[in-house]
Design a binder for this molecule. Structure first.
Ligand code: FES
Length: 200
């Protein structure tokens, strides 16, 4: 991917503007989540220091000072989807097979009859997924779709439902991939209305 970049925006902002879902958190060079490899060229960090390639740089505080080439940009993992069976309001069972289970601590969205619930995976026990919170779903149907949302699901987007001329905010502070999944999940859940992703 080749981008025309200006020196006034940092490299993370350039990547996000180009819809590259770079992992990030602090945005001030501390957490290391956006660290990438500078292969060619020079950048200036927020504190004024100039870094020459080859080097690992935090994109969030780096500004280009020449034509640059960057690799190993960490991207948010795209969400994964499982079709499960409810065992009880706090436990879902994965289908038999060799599908890799989600991980303990994953944040997940579960499609229920009239919408989407978010939850956290407290424990994986064989094929059983134990949720942090019991579902509020009435368990009318035995099956449920579970989608893991990347751990770093915080970002600058929110998801809104527009129905009958009114807008209601469903989720705030999502990153873009999570917002897309949540939007698709709501659309598939059959609830009426339009689902919009807006930047905060
Ligand atoms: S977002 Fe934390 S170092 Fe860049």
């Amino acid at each position: 991917l080749s981008l025309a970049i200006s020196t006034d925006q940092n490299l993370l902002e350039h990547c996000l503007a180009a819809d590259l879902p770079v992992t990030r958190s602090c945005r001030n060079g501390n957490c290391g989540r956006c660290d990438s490899r500078l292969q060619k060229g020079q950048v200036q960090l927020r504190n004024g220091s100039i870094i020459h390639a080859p080097a690992i740089i935090p994109l969030c505080i780096a500004h280009a000072r020449s034509d640059i080439h960057i690799s190993h940009i960490p991207l948010v993992q795209l969400p994964t989807h499982w079709r499960c069976q409810w065992q009880n309001p706090q436990t879902l069972r994965l289908p038999a097979g060799r599908q890799t289970p989600p991980r303990q601590g994953d944040i997940c969205a579960i499609l229920v009859t009239h919408g989407v619930e978010t939850n956290e995976i407290a424990e994986i026990n064989g094929r059983n997924i134990v949720l942090r919170h019991p579902s509020g779903n009435k368990l009318e149907s035995g099956s449920a779709s579970l989608i893991t949302i990347d751990r770093d699901h915080h970002g600058d987007y929110s998801l809104w439902r527009e129905y009958d001329g009114e807008q209601q905010q469903l989720w705030a502070h999502l990153n873009h991939p999570t917002a897309l999944v949540a939007q698709a999940a709501y659309q598939q859940s059959g609830t009426s209305g339009r689902y919009l992703i807006l930047s905060d």
